[in-house]
Design a protein around this ligand. Structure first.
Ligand code: ATP
Length: 305
């Protein structure tokens, strides 16, 4: 069986002539917190709706827990979702909102609702009605509703959108806890990479309906971390020199660049050594990239989000 709990192959959704989602291949590992990043209108919601079974793909396939095609219906109940604004009853308490969902899904276990409220940090909201909740509390109640039925995968569409820093931190803590304590796999979308960077273990970046990159947290941090950036014509020719000098943490980034992630104070010596061995260096500098600018560069310039 595949190492992925969720995979999509060529997932496509077309509205008229417009492909909102265009041949997307997602790979979500078991236990991952998968950050699905894209600007407004990039196609995140449409993609997540298809994964959650709320929209039918125009083309492509979804494989969930190893099931695909019609067989996927057998495992749909293992997926919980919060997509767009959660449908909450404003005049009811958090407990009552969950009670309604439990009644609809036939769950009658004692202490069940209390446990869920506990896991999203709403255990002490008592008689407070939802209309008096902060936006962050409402979002966490939305997450709580997605948890009814003990799903193995939860899909959260922009759960931190519009929240203040305190609300963001609370939702983030809740998600982290669900992953750690309940061993859940979580897909969470956002248009702000910075906000997911603290929790996501893997990332998928979507732009204009296409998935332009999938990478792990380590890869992302590596790409954004401080480094010596060497610009030259033939990176391969420099590698023996780097090896001789004892550098191990480096990477040929493309056909004109090498990134070195260690001994940043030795860039001058490195430059000299390369010259001595006849390697023509066009430029050498120390750079780092902010997460957000990394994302913006990938998706083509200034934010419009
Ligand atoms: P946002 O954060 O703004 O929701 P998103 O990344 O989730 O953005 P989607 O909502 O998936 O993006 O929309 C992707 C594209 O598909 C947009 O151009 C949108 O206008 C279009 N779209 C979405 N739903 C429909 C629909 N039902 N009919 C026609 N076009 C649609």
């Amino acid at each position: 069986m595949s190492e992925f709990l969720l995979e999509t192959h060529g997932l496509t959704k077309q509205y008229g002539h417009h492909k909102a989602v265009d041949s997307v291949n997602l790979h979500v590992k078991k236990g991952a917190i998968y950050g699905f990043i894209g600007r407004n209108g990039a196609g995140k919601t449409t993609c997540l709706r298809m994964i959650a079974g709320l929209a039918r793909p125009t083309a492509g396939e979804i494989s969930l827990f190893g099931y695909s095609g019609k067989e996927i219906l057998q495992v749909r109940s293992r997926v919980g979702c919060l997509i767009e604004t959660p449908g909450l009853y404003r005049n009811m308490t958090a407990y009552e909102n969950l009670k309604v969902k439990c009644l609809m899904t036939g769950i009658k276990k004692k202490g069940y609702i209390e446990d869920i409220l506990e896991s999203v940090g709403l255990a002490d909201t008592g008689n407070k009605r939802v209309k008096n909740f902060s936006l962050g509390m409402k979002q966490r109640l939305g997450v709580a509703l997605a948890l009814v039925g003990e799903p193995d995968l939860i899909v959260l569409d922009e759960p931190i959108n519009g929240l203040d820093p305190q609300g963001i931190a609370e939702v983030r803590d809740t998600i982290q806890r669900l992953c750690d304590e309940k061993n859940m796999t979580i897909i969470i979308s956002s248009h702000i990479l910075e906000e997911l960077a603290k929790i996501a273990t893997d990332y998928g970046i979507i732009h204009n309906g296409s998935l332009i990159q999938e990478l792990t947290r380590e890869e992302l941090m590596r790409r954004c971390s401080e480094r010596i950036e060497i610009t030259l014509d033939n990176p391969e020719s420099a590698l023996p020199v780097l090896d001789n000098m004892g550098f191990v943490n480096y990477q040929v980034a493309d056909k004109n660049h090498i990134y070195v992630f260690e001994r940043l104070d030795e860039s001058a010596a490195l430059n000299m050594e390369l010259a001595k061995h006849g390697v023509l260096v066009k430029g050498i500098s120390i750079t780092s990239e902010e997460l957000e600018s990394y994302f913006l560069n990938l998706t083509g310039g200034a934010a419009d989000a």
